[in-house]
Each structure stands twice: as C-alpha cells, then as structure tokens.
Design a protein around this ligand. Sequence first.
Ligand code: FES
Length: 91
Amino acid sequence: MRLVRLVDQDRPAIRFVLEGQDCSARAGDTLLTAILAGEGSFLRCSEFGDGPRAGFCLMGACQDCRVVVEGLGPVRACATECAPGMVVRRA
Ligand code: FES
C-alpha cells in the first residue's frame, strides 16, 4: 500500500480488476488512487530499470502513470476515474 486513505472512507466500495486480480476501490477514486491504495500495489515498472513507478506529477501532465484499460486503451491513471468492473493492466 503506497497511499493511505485518511478521508472519504464512507464512499461506496466498487470492484475492478488489475492484472487479473479482483481489487476494491471507492467510488470517485482515480485509477492511481485505487491502485496505490491496494496492498503491495504499484502502477507499472520503469522501462529504464529503476523499479516500480507510482506516478510523478499526479495531475495528468507527465504520463508516468499510464495503464491500459480494456476498451479504452492507454490512459493516465491519475486523470481517469475508476469505474465498477474496469479491467486494467499495467502498461
Ligand atoms: S502522474 Fe503524471 S500524468 Fe499521471
């Protein structure tokens, strides 16, 4: 878990799939929040070899957080709301 949820813990729970694993999020979470608030999660591995990534700008400007959503293709996790049933894989 790289993010700890301190507020909004009463928002409804939703389910999504990350790399074939059933995961939970809160309604209104971005994919970045949903993924990083999960146990042991990271967004993707760096193609430059410096380990797992957790995003950089967190405001939709750098693409460091890109993931692939079934039916949408590559998206910025920090700027994409997690939806129930979303199927996500690391880019
Ligand atoms: S972290 Fe930079 S675009 Fe998402």
